[in-house]
Design a protein around this ligand. Structure first.
Ligand SMILES: NC(=O)c1ccc[n+]([C@@H]2O[C@H](COP(=O)([O-])OP(=O)(O)OC[C@H]3O[C@@H](n4cnc5c(N)ncnc54)[C@H](O)[C@@H]3O)[C@@H](O)[C@H]2O)c1
Length: 254
């Protein structure tokens, strides 16, 4: 089982204050990694892990993934203070639903900046750093089944960014493969977090999904995504790259 372990690895998780990111931080630490948990609000990250028995392996940092200055400063810290990182999880994401024909372009721009541009830019910067520092590298991107199928009302901008994430996972995988760095993605279905609260609490909407879309007839929990992230980051996935793993209760197979 040691191939599933992450002892001695250093991981960065973006959007780590809550939801899927917080579960990934805990799971990566449980697997043995030291984790830099970054978010817009580092106090929220600290609060999230204040009582976590693994908190000694977790440090909180402010990082707006859309800010070139903040990303550069944080990358310099990773390189100079830690000698680089082994694992990057591009988890930060936002969802601002609205009908496609009336979609506000300001919401389109911020959704693209967080969900797509930042994934591209952090993969560039940390991919380059992994090459230069010679650390064992793995990048895991949070895509969505919305990058493959229409997964909800008003999701055009969000789904477009997630389709882009699935594609650039393949492009970066090809470019980084010669350097021994793997790039994969996880595509969650509906997982119970702040992002999906408005849907998950709508019993009529959810029962329609259970009838027609989700064979397992339940939403997922954040730890069920974190397990897939740890696997893809670990040596257990050593021959996998460019892959997007669906963790969706069977949504996209029906
Ligand atoms: N919850 C789901 O059902 C679901 C399904 C498919 C994909 N996803 C994806 O999983 C990821 C996590 O989703 P979640 O449900 O935990 O969302 P969430 O809204 O609960 O949490 C997102 C986190 O990202 C942070 N964040 C937002 N903008 C940021 C920025 N500019 N820089 C740094 N951090 C920022 C937020 O502060 C928050 O802590 C997202 O990429 C999302 O698109 C979620």
């Amino acid at each position: 089982m040691s191939r599933f372990g992450l002892d001695g690895r250093i991981a960065v998780v973006t959007g780590a204050a809550r939801g899927l990111g917080a579960a990934q931080v805990h799971a990566l630490a449980e697997a043995g990694a030291r984790v830099l948990a970054v978010d817009l609000d580092p106090e929220a990250v600290r609060a999230a892990f204040a009582d976590d028995p693994l908190r000694d392996r977790i440090t909180a940092h402010r990082l707006d993934v859309t800010s070139e200055d903040e990303v550069t400063t944080f990358a310099t810290l990773c390189r100079e203070d830690l000698g680089g990182i082994d694992i990057l999880v591009n988890n930060a994401g936002i969802s601002r639903p609205a009908p496609a024909l009336d979609y506000p372009m300001a919401d389109f721009d911020i959704t693209s900046a967080v969900n797509f541009r930042a994934v591209f830019r952090l993969s560039q910067i940390f991919g380059r750093m992994m090459i230069d520092t010679g650390r064992r590298g793995a990048i895991v991107n949070l895509a969505s089944i919305g990058g493959m199928v229409v997964d909800g009302p008003g999701a055009s901008a969000y789904d477009g960014t997630k389709a882009a994430v699935i594609q650039i996972t393949k492009n970066f995988a090809v470019d980084l493969a010669p350097h021994g760095i793997r790039v994969n993605a996880v595509a969650p279905g509906y997982i119970e977090t702040e992002m999906t609260r408005r849907y998950v609490q709508d019993a009529a909407y959810m029962s329609g999904l259970y009838e027609y879309k989700i064979p397992m007839k339940r939403v997922g929990q954040p730890h069920e995504i974190a397990s897939a992230v740890v696997f893809l980051a670990s040596d257990a996935a050593s021959y996998m790259t460019g892959h997007t793993m669906n963790v969706d209760g069977g949504w996209v197979i029906v």
